[in-house]
Design a binder for this molecule. Structure first.
Ligand SMILES: Nc1ncnc2c1ncn2[C@@H]1O[C@H](COP(=O)(O)OP(=O)(O)O)[C@@H](O)[C@H]1O
Ligand SMILES: [Mg+2]
Length: 283
């Protein structure tokens, strides 16, 4: 689906030659140190940023090279949850969630109300529709952003650090919600996260962006047990490895590490993958 994708800003190459097939209907996680271009990657996928080279194939169309009209159509296939939920501060939750319907469809109010109610229920926000974004917790804002991302029934849902700023309990609830939504909607999920625990337990597939390339992308268990140094370091939150304080360690640091012979140690066991909770709404 993504083929040879390359993006630079001026002389700075963000990533190059990224090739991956994001498995349809499943959850994939994209990891990487800060500044490696994860957000830029998500923006390229939805056509907000045009890559320099490469292709993004969706339903037989190349989103990387198509014209504006086609791009507008293809964008409807995506739901995006931006980092802070990106809600409109002056609109209540109902109007925020209804926004894409008003923007992209000519639905009557009764139908809009029905769809918004269904999404509020899906994300557990029934009764909060009249609240303003400023009045609710960060976790609720994310769920409202999620309801808005879901309202056009997208085929592909992109999440940019959905768990940033959430406490561990809220993160656990959000992760379960993500797994349940994936199960219920059958949509393709791509999640950018920093949370190693989420990355280890939520997805079917894991990828790592590092040093301007996609170092690895594969099934969760294979990536979790990988001996590739950057993958091993990142997924186990270790200091030992090629990733340093300022993203990349220099040669002297790595040589010193090798000399000290710090052992990366045994890998912890692979945790079980989160399963859909079921039962909710009898689905
Ligand atoms: N619109 C832009 N113009 C120029 N540089 C950008 C733009 N957006 C992002 N960048 C640069 O691209 C790099 C990757 O950014 P980003 O995707 O936000 O990283 P991440 O999400 O992995 O932390 C950063 O160096 C950032 O400064
Ligand atoms: Mg980012």
């Amino acid at each position: 689906m993504v083929e040879g994708l390359t993006k630079s800003f001026g002389r700075q190459v963000v990533w190059e030659n990224v090739t991956m097939t994001i498995p349809a209907g499943q959850i994939s996680v994209l990891l990487g140190p800060s500044g490696t271009g994860k957000s830029v990657f998500l923006k390229a996928l939805v056509g907000l940023i045009r890559p320099d080279r490469g292709h993004i194939w969706i339903n037989g169309h190349d989103l990387a090279t198509c014209g504006e009209r086609r791009l507008y159509e293809l964008r409807r296939l995506f739901g995006v949850l931006f980092q802070d939920g990106a809600l409109f501060g002056s609109l209540n939750l109902y109007e925020n969630i209804a926004f894409p319907l008003r923007e992209h469809t000519r639905m009557k109010e009764a139908q809009i109300r029905r769809l918004v109610a269904a999404k509020l229920e899906l994300v557990g926000l029934v009764g909060a529709e009249h609240k303003m974004p400023g009045e609710i917790s960060g976790g609720m804002r994310k769920r409202a952003g999620l309801a808005r991302a879901l309202v056009l029934d997208p085929e592909i849902i992109l999440f940019d650090e959905p768990d940033s700023g959430l406490d561990p309990v809220r993160t656990a609830y959000l992760n379960q919600l993500i797994v349940d939504l994936n199960h219920e909607t059958g949509a393709t999920f791509l999640i950018v996260t920093h949370d190693i625990n989420s990355a280890r337990t939520v997805p079917h597939h894991i990828g790592l962006l590092f040093r301007r390339e996609l170092v690895m992308f594969g099934p969760r268990e294979r990536v979790l047990s990988s001996a590739e140094p950057a993958v091993r370091q990142f997924l186990n939150a270790r200091r030992h490895g090629p990733i340093g304080m300022s993203e990349e360690k220099d040669v002297t640091e790595l040589a010193a590490e090798a000399l000290l012979g710090q052992d990366p140690g045994e890998l912890p066991p692979i945790p079980p993958q989160l399963t859909p909770s079921g039962g909710r709404g009898g689905a």
